[in-house]
Design a protein. Structure first.
Length: 162
């Protein structure tokens, strides 16, 4: 980014100001994520994520805190699949609240209590249902416990907003 520096001498005091050069405002067509899945790497799309996502210059970002599987009154089902479905519904509500579309989510981080491969199908299905063909980059972190007793799953997101 170009910066303009101006010096002003006032009564023996040097005042320096900096300003950002004017930028053209990006139009809505410019604000699209670029999905990158290199051909020389394993294709992660069958597991519900992309290798990398590029956010365009000039986009604003929203950081969505971890969403668990609590319903509107704070209750948690003991069932992993039910919690995952509810957590993604909660994420959808948070995205709506900041004005982000599903195809503007660049990155997900998911936390799974006592993860094993049997849970991967539930996770992949939930991501595919929510994001379709525009799969965000994603990291799954197995954990022994989450913040609330009985919570089995949590998802946080970084989304581009117009």
């Amino acid at each position: 980014m170009l910066r303009a520096i101006k010096h002003v001498l006032i009564g023996g005091i040097l005042i320096m100001t900096t300003g950002m050069a004017a930028h053209a405002t990006a139009n809505e067509n410019d604000l699209k994520l670029t999905i990158v899945n290199p051909q020389n790497l394993y294709d992660p799309t069958t597991n519900g994520y992309s290798t990398a996502v590029i956010v365009p210059r000039g986009a604003r970002l929203a950081y969505i805190s971890g969403q668990g599987g609590q319903d509107s009154i704070g209750a948690l089902s003991p069932d992993f699949a039910v919690q995952v479905k509810q957590a993604y519904a909660n994420l959808g509500a948070a995205l709506d609240a900041v004005g982000a579309r599903r195809d503007q989510v660049a990155k997900l981080t998911v936390f799974v209590v006592d993860h094993d491969m049997s849970k991967l199908g539930v996770l992949t299905s939930a991501v595919m249902d929510m994001f379709g063909g525009t799969l965000p980059a994603q990291t799954l972190i197995p954990v022994p416990k989450l913040a609330v007793d009985g919570m089995l799953f949590e998802v946080e997101a970084v989304a581009m907003i117009d």
